[in-house]
Every structure is written in structure tokens, then in C-alpha cells.
Write a protein that binds this ligand. Structure first.
Ligand code: PAF
Length: 270
């Protein structure tokens, strides 16, 4: 992959990368279309990265369908699907991790303390292998995107970072490979997340403060049949520090909600 990438660059071609863990849905495809517009060669990586799963998380049951992914990628079209094996990415001699200090311990990092160092490590490896000029990530994983953007800046990586908008199901639920785990009833119930965030946006426009909006979100999720709020936090997009007041253009409202064992995330940027 690295040899192919370097050869393309020698010819003056621009490379775009969309890193994924496969099991494509419309959210992935929209990132691929965005990346396609921005480069000559589109590479999509398809690798379920073990280092970003905790010991009690769903690595083994994470959904996979490589054949279907290939068919969907052809429609974009994707030039190269990079699907390495575990032992290629993490041989037994592997020892190096990269971490954006502190930023991986807040929000989703509170319950997934080693997740983001797994993400930054694999993405840095992918950048070194694929040599992209531009990389596209979804805003659904807002903390992931902000952490990766910080890493790119801190380590002077020559990669343009682009955030793609969240693609939603008809009922408003943010698309995610994990939606597959939901029962029909949970799926319908989970539409409350987006409805709540939309209403929160209206409240903010009307001048509500953080405490009022937080209270509204907690109450709204508690009124669902299946949803259990893991966290809702209001942080600065530039520092990931908690905010005391809404700061226009810099606020991230991030939340995670359990539906049964399935943990769903969504966010609102104000
Ligand atoms: O967002 C994902 O699917 C993964 O975290 C990523 C960026 C592909 C790294 O494994």
C-alpha cells in the first residue's frame, strides 16, 4: 500500500483517505463521496482496529461484511480498499502508541479509557502507510475528529482534515454500524436522541443557559422506555474543557445513551 501510494504521489496525484472499520452504511458512503471530490486517488481503509476496543467491549461481535463493502465501494468508486490483517498492523513486536494527552479521558473516554489512544495510533499508522493529502472523518464521532485534528497539528502531519456531516436514519437516529444491534422497538425509541438535540438547539437559540439545557436533555432521555443516559457534556471544541456558558462557534454538546447493551453517541455543535 505504501509503495503504491508513493508511486501515485510521484506522478503528482493527490490521495484522499477515508479510514473505516467496514460494514458500510450511508454515513461511510457520504464520507467517501466527499473524499472522492477532493483527490485523484481515493483510498478507503477497512480494518476493525483491536486496540480501540476495551477488554469488555464488542470486538468479536463487531459487524463485518467485506463482500458487501466491496460492492458498495465500487459504486463510489473507491480506487483502493486497504484491508490489512491484524498481524500486519500489530505484529507481536508492536510496542508504540501515540496519545493526545488528556483529551482521550473525557466524554467517551470516561468509560472507554484506552479507546482514543487506539484510534490515534491506528490513524497515524494509516496516514504513514497511505500518505494521504486529505482525510475525511465523520462528525458523528466528534471527539474522535477533534482528537485526530489535534494530533495532526501537534505532530505537523501534512494531512488536511475534513469533517463530514452526520447522516441520519429516517427517524433521525445518527447512522452507525452499532444500530444493527438494536431491536425494532429500541431503534424507534432511540430517535429521541436527535429529537432531544434539536429541541436543545431551539432552547439555546431562545437564550437558555447550559444548566437549563442539560436538565432538559437528562429529563428527555429519562422519559424514554429503553434509553439510559451515559453522559451529556458541554465542552469547548478547541480545548475539550467543560464550558460554563454556551460559546457560539466553539461549543460541543456530546452525549452517549445506552439502549440495552448498545451505546449510541450523537452531538450538537453550536
Ligand atoms: O471511526 C472509525 O471507524 C474508527 O475509529 C477509525 C477512525 C477507522 C479508526 O479505527
Amino acid at each position: 500500500m505504501q509503495k503504491a501510494a508513493l508511486a501515485e504521489k510521484k506522478k503528482g496525484r493527490r490521495i484522499a483517505l477515508v479510514p473505516t472499520m467496514g460494514f458500510f452504511h450511508e454515513g461511510h458512503l457520504s464520507l467517501m463521496r466527499e473524499a472522492r471530490r477532493r483527490a485523484d486517488i481515493l483510498v478507503v481503509s477497512n480494518f476493525v482496529n483491536p486496540t480501540q476496543f476495551g477488554p469488555k467491549e464488542d470486538l468479536a461481535r463487531y459487524p463485518r461484511d467485506f463482500k458487501r463493502d466491496c460492492k458498495l465501494a465500487e459504486q463510489i468508486p473507491v480506487d483502493i480498499m486497504f484491508a490489512p490483517r491484524n498481524e500486519d498492523m500489530y505484529p507481536t513486536s508492536f510496542r508504540t502508541f501515540v496519545e493526545v494527552e488528556g483529551w482521550g479521558k473525557v466524554l467517551c473516554g470516561m468509560t472507554r479509557p484506552t479507546h482514543f489512544r487506539g484510534v490515534t495510533t491506528i490513524v497515524l499508522k494509516l496516514f504513514n502507510i497511505v500518505q494521504p493529502d486529505v482525510a475525511v472523518f465523520g462528525w458523528k464521532d466528534a471527539q474522535q475528529f477533534l482528537i485526530l485534528r489535534r494530533m495532526v497539528e501537534d505532530l505537523n502531519l501534512p494531512v488536511e482534515m475534513v469533517g463530514g456531516e452526520i447522516v441520519r436514519e429516517k427517524n433521525g437516529l445518527a447512522m452507525s454500524s452499532r444500530n444493527k444491534y438494536l431491536t425494532n422497538e429500541e431503534f424507534e425509541d432511540a430517535s429521541v436522541i436527535n429529537k432531544t438535540l434539536k429541541k436543545a438547539f431551539v432552547l439555546i437559540k431562545e437564550g437558555a443557559d447550559i444548566d437549563a439545557v442539560r436538565h432538559f436533555i437528562i429529563k428527555s432521555i429519562s422519559q424514554t422506555k429503553y434509553g439510559k443516559l451515559d453522559y451529556v457534556d458541554f465542552v469547548s471544541r478547541s480545548t475539550l474543557e467543560p464550558l460554563e456558558q454556551i460559546k457560539k462557534g466553539d461549543t460541543l454538546i456530546a452525549l452517549a445513551v445506552f439502549f440495552g447493551k448498545t451505546r449510541l453517541i450523537d452531538n450538537l455543535r453550536v
